[in-house]
Design a protein around this ligand. Structure first.
Ligand code: NI
Length: 149
């Protein structure tokens, strides 16, 4: 396990679309473990693979409800609305108000390729939306309605 360098918003890799994961091998497991360590070391609640320079559809999240790994995630249901402050490890020091669905259901594969569904509410829903958007080369900055001083 290792802490990897977090790419910041000047890095063009963050604006690229990620490729589907097809191999659920040791290399993927090491990536996921490293992503979790990297996220934790920066007190983050979520991290997407492109943030450590890997263009693969893989995300780790921990909003205090346990570790969640989403491979090839797809949001299949969403409802409600929440508005709150959001930040990103790739955009250090900048926070902004973003409106997101309050509840989302995501379909994804685990680290061994098994499909599952999970429904998240509040902060977990926000993290799922934020991290899955990273996989399509999108940063939260585009969604900010008001920057927080
Ligand atoms: Ni982010």
């Amino acid at each position: 396990m290792a802490i990897r360098e977090v790419r910041t918003k000047e890095d063009e890799i963050l604006y690229k679309s990620c490729k589907e994961v097809i191999k659920f091998d040791e290399k993927l497991h090491i990536l996921l473990d490293d992503m979790y360590d990297t996220m934790s070391s920066h007190d983050g609640v979520g991290l997407a693979a492109p943030q450590v320079g890997i263009l693969k559809r893989a995300v780790v999240i921990d909003v205090g409800e346990g570790k969640l790994e989403l491979i090839n995630p797809e949001i299949i249901e969403q409802s409600g609305e929440q508005t709150g402050n959001e930040g990103c490890l790739s955009v250090p020091g900048i926070w902004g108000e973003v409106t997101r669905p309050n509840v989302v259901t995501v379909k994804a594969q685990d680290r061994n390729g098994k499909w599952f569904k999970i429904t998240g509410e509040g902060l977990l829903a926000r993290a799922i939306c934020h991290e899955t958007e990273h996989l399509d080369g999108k940063l939260f900055l585009d969604r900010v309605t008001k920057f927080v001083e």
